[in-house]
Design a protein around this ligand. Structure first.
Ligand code: 5GP
Length: 180
């Protein structure tokens, strides 16, 4: 794999699709072990989660339902700290087991806002699964229940993740070359 340019930034190959697939398979099995006797609702956080959600669901062996919602906190390479709710869940989740599905957890601002939103809808339980996690950037106390891979605090694109709307369709993940 080669370096790529998106807008004004150069990105270097970082995590291959095969590595992602392996981590996702492990997550799907771990989650299945805990929910095998239930029908959980996987709530995906758009847009970044599209690839992860689709590959995860193909690996999840149990009964489940899915839904999506949309939040936004990023502009360019930085989290703005303000989280906007752009689209609501659109289904009754009261008394249901919910697993919030995130592509990446960075500062945790988005996650905290999401968690509060889901809790308010009287779910029976709420857990959090994320494909990527940046432990050095995380500022919240909320436990993250299922993590695919922990990565350093550097901006990444691909596999659903964008840089100013581009790069979501890359099958592998790339890391920004410099942090200017
Ligand atoms: P947080 O609210 O945890 O700071 O950020 C969460 C959201 O910011 C993610 O859902 C994702 O949309 C975006 N984000 C955080 N880190 C990255 C990154 O390294 N690359 C990209 N493309 N988006 C990121």
């Amino acid at each position: 794999m080669d370096e790529i340019t998106i807008h004004d930034k150069t990105f270097v190959p970082y995590i291959t699709f095969e590595e992602l697939e392996h981590a996702i398979k492990m997550m799907a099995n771990t989650i299945y072990q805990q929910y095998r006797n239930e029908t959980p609702i996987f709530v995906g956080v758009l847009n970044g989660v599209v690839m992860f959600m689709s590959d995860f669901l193909k690996q999840y062996k149990g009964s489940c339902e899915i839904s999506f919602l949309q939040m936004q906190s990023y502009e360019g390479l930085k989290s703005t700290g303000k989280v906007r709710n752009l689209m609501d869940i659109g289904m009754d989740i009261s008394n249901r087991h919910v697993i919030i599905m995130e592509d990446i957890v960075d500062t945790g601002n988005t996650l905290e806002a999401l968690y509060d939103l889901v809790r308010k809808k009287s779910a029976k339980s709420v857990k959090i699964a994320t494909l990527l996690y940046k432990p050095e950037a995380y500022k919240k106390d909320l436990d993250i229940d299922f993590i695919g891979m922990s990565i350093p605090d550097k901006f990444v694109v691909g596999y659903g993740l964008d840089y100013n709307r581009l790069g979501r369709n890359l099958p592998d993940i790339y890391q920004v070359k410099t942090n200017e």
